[in-house]
Design a protein around this ligand. Structure first.
Ligand SMILES: [Zn+2]
Length: 175
């Protein structure tokens, strides 16, 4: 392992002009402010806009709750007792298991459905531990601050929420 200076830890140096749209690039950000790809390494993808971030977040919130409600209401309709709770818990465990598997790939069920993933400042996929911290701790903090941590996404030049700032992550989407 080479020694990383603080500068190397922050960002890959980006070209002065976006290769896709020729717009001048702001110093200190690798994202084209016009067409939004990662200009130094376009294969990484585009910075995901807030509306898609919201969509993924809603999917991630609604999917597990929806599955639980469906199972429990279905079980109630068929007069199920304790067994239906076991099935519901089993489904929830399965969902958590799938989510954890996707964390390894730097994504979540909702983001996966919308072709999005989380990357680190280096451009590499977020690691399992980063995802765990981001999704289950960082987002809780963002929400606990009267959702200010989420609203930050709208006003941040690089669309980072508080949970992104804390874990130094960005959300990108595939073309
Ligand atoms: Zn551009």
């Amino acid at each position: 392992m080479t020694h990383r200076t603080q500068k190397a830890h922050t960002m890959i140096d980006s070209p002065a002009v976006c290769p896709a749209c020729n717009a001048d690039q702001l110093p200190g950000t690798p994202w084209c402010t016009h067409c939004r790809p990662y200009v130094a390494r376009p294969e990484i993808g585009r910075l995901s806009p807030p509306i898609r971030r919201l969509g993924a977040h809603l999917l991630d919130s609604i999917l597990p709750v929806g599955v639980m409600i469906l199972i429990l209401s279905g079980a109630t309709a068929f007069g199920g007792g304790r067994l239906s709770w076991y099935v519901a818990l089993l489904m929830l465990a399965a969902y958590v298991f799938v989510a954890l598997l996707l964390f390894v790939q730097g994504t979540t069920p909702g983001k996966r459905l919308l072709h999005m993933r989380v990357i680190k400042e280096t451009g590499d996929n977020a690691t399992f531990l980063t995802m765990l911290g981001r999704e289950w701790i960082g987002k809780w903090i963002s929400g606990a601050l009267l959702l200010l941590g989420y609203l930050w996404i709208l006003f941040d030049r690089e669309n980072q929420g508080l949970h992104d700032k804390l874990l130094r992550t960005y959300v990108v989407e595939h073309r």
